[in-house]
Ligand binder design. Structure first.
Ligand code: 5GP
Length: 178
């Protein structure tokens, strides 16, 4: 099966405005006195994370770390398998941690990650996702900060790919079958 780009669902300006708001929500909740470890989930969330952390105030001690996990194969369907390819560089014990993910779909990836990170005893653990495909949830996951709720259609751009393609797009677009 082959795919082509469809219409824009979220433009770069809409994304940028919402990312600023999310940063403000995070600061309003967490303050700037305690540090924050921002854990980005590679590769999809990397664009979102770099934009988000640059909206955080200078006085907040924000550290960045990454994990690489995969729950998808080469197409647009979940494999149901979550594998860790790359782990955090630093300990999160006693730290305030926020996981930054591109999209929550079935919730399997995030719920697996939350279990792993909770066992490392952070002081707090929150979740920030850019996109939420809430209709597809198979397991309950508490999302503390959500950019946009979107319908159950495959999207690419702003870090999200389809079998490695279209990650670099500035806008988020639908993918349609050719
Ligand atoms: P979940 O475990 O919640 O089903 O899946 C989360 C992961 O699925 C995301 O990190 C992302 O890699 C992938 N995913 C789910 N929906 C989409 C989508 O519409 N577009 C892209 N590019 N990836 C998706």
């Amino acid at each position: 099966m082959s795919y082509k780009l469809g219409e824009v669902i979220l433009s770069r300006d809409t994304i940028a405005r919402r990312v600023k708001e999310l940063a403000s929500e995070i600061v309003a909740d967490n303050g700037t006195d305690n540090g924050l470890v921002v854990v980005g989930i590679l590769t999809g969330a990397s664009f979102f994370l770099t934009d988000l952390v640059r909206e955080l105030p200078e006085e907040l001690d924000a550290r960045i770390d990454f994990m690489s996990v995969a729950s998808y194969g080469d197409g647009t369907k979940t494999s149901g398998v979550v594998r860790i390819f790359h782990d955090l560089k630093s300990s999160i014990e006693g730290k305030n941690v926020i996981i930054v993910e591109d999209i929550v779909d079935t919730g399997l990836t995030l719920s697996h990650l939350l279990d792993i990170l909770k066992s490392r005893k952070p002081a707090s653990l929150k979740v920030c996702v850019l996109l939420d495909k809430y209709e597809r949830r198979q397991t309950e996951v508490k999302v503390d900060y959500c950019g946009f709720r979107i319908p159950d259609k495959f999207v690419v751009g702003y870090g999200l790919d389809c079998a490695g393609k279209w990650r670099h797009l500035k806008d988020i677009k639908y993918v349609v079958e050719e």
